[in-house]
Structure formats: C-alpha cells, structure tokens
Design a protein around this ligand. Structure first.
Ligand code: FMN
Length: 188
C-alpha cells in the first residue's frame, strides 16, 4: 500500500527548531522497556531476546520506575534534544484511511514498517547511517513546524548522515531460527 508521504527536512533552521524540542520519555515506555532487560551477559545470551540493562540509566533498571522519584539531573538528561543530523525524513500517513477490509488498518501499518525497512537497507547499502526516531510522532509542535496537515499522523522519522564515529558496542542477541519456526504444525 502506498499509504505514506515523506517530508525531507534539510533546512538548517528547521532542523534546529525540531532538534530543540523537548522529547519527554513516558513512564510507560520505561516500565515496558524494563520487561525486556537482562541483568547479565549470561542471562541475555540465554534469553536470546531483549537488551542488556547496563545500556540504560540506573533508575530505568527497576520495575517500579516513577518520574517523580528521579533527580533533576537525570530528568534533564531524559529531556535531551534530538542530536543534529544533515537530513531528517519524517514519514506521515492518513490514519482515517485503511488497507481494504483491514481491521485497525493493521496491513497499512505493516506497510509503513516495510517502508522503514526498505529505507534502512537502502541507506546502509550506501554507507549512510540511519537512526529511527519514534519520539517525534507524539510531538504536536513538529507538525506545526513542518506544516503537516492535521489529519495526517507522523508514523516515524529517520535521522540520516554519514557516521563520524563508531556506534557504542553492546551485546546483541538473536534467537536461533529453530527457536521461532514450526514445521508444518505450530509447536512442531
Ligand atoms: C519500530 C522501531 C522503532 C524504533 N525507534 C527508535 C527510536 O525511537 N530511537 C532509537 O534510537 N532507535 C529506535 N529504533 C532502533 C532500535 O532501537 C535498534 O537500534 C535497531 O532496531 C537495531 O537493533 P539491532 O542492532 O538489535 O538489530 C527503532 C526500531 C524500530 C524497528
């Protein structure tokens, strides 16, 4: 489904205006993120899904995280502006339309995931770094800055640029193919 439009932002002033917006992280994000944490490399290697807890600030590593319980410094760090990049792609779609007979536009949303994946693979193949940015989707100011009509929703954004440094290395795990495939019948 071609259910998307892309705003290519490369104007410095506009990038700066978007970059300086506060992007608060919700308690819900941190609480749900906690569910996928492992607390040692051994645990993560055994689980084969999720992330190492040490990738996140100490206060995120507890099940009962509360925004009102953390210090000013950490709160300020969580409101950090979006780092600059030469180009930002903002992908929007019309949530009032749906793929034919697709409840909740499930297939339309899947299509947006394909758009994300294709852009990511294309960028990688050209040596261009791409970071998905989910947090701009919930910032009404972004739509105002870019003149995006009210009836469209920001699905996701991508920061693009040639990398100037190696990304931090974290233990990354994947399930083995046999862990999530079933032969002819689920469970077999
Ligand atoms: C739907 C989706 C949303 C994501 N949103 C963000 C994001 O807001 N910020 C971010 O830094 N990375 C985001 N990512 C990237 C992931 O955090 C992760 O870096 C990426 O999937 C590569 O992980 P891997 O090295 O384990 O494959 C997102 C990825 C996906 C698929």
């Amino acid at each position: 489904m071609q259910n998307f439009e892309i705003v290519v932002v490369d104007d410095r002033k506009t990038l700066k205006a978007i970059g300086s917006l506060e992007r608060p992280i919700s308690e819900a994000f941190i609480r749900e993120n906690y569910q996928q944490l492992s607390f040692s490399e051994e645990e993560l290697l055994k689980k084969k899904t999720g992330l190492l807890a040490t990738m996140f600030p100490p206060s995120w590593r507890t099940p009962d995280f509360r925004l009102d319980k953390i210090g000013e410094e950490e709160l300020a760090a969580m409101r950090r502006p979006l780092p600059t990049s030469p180009v930002l792609l903002v992908v929007v779609y019309d949530p009032s339309r749906r793929a034919p007979a697709s409840e909740g536009d499930f297939l339309g949303i899947v299509s947006l995931g394909c758009v994300m994946q294709n852009m990511w693979l294309a960028a990688e193949s050209m040596g261009i770094g791409l970071q998905i940015v989910s947090s701009l989707s919930s910032e009404p100011e972004v739509k105002g800055i870019l003149g995006i009509p009210d009836d469209l929703t920001i699905a996701f954004s991508c920061r693009l640029g040639y990398p100037i440094s190696e990304p931090a290395k974290h233990l990354r795990v994947r399930r083995d193919v046999r862990d999530f495939t079933h032969q002819n019948r689920f469970g077999d």
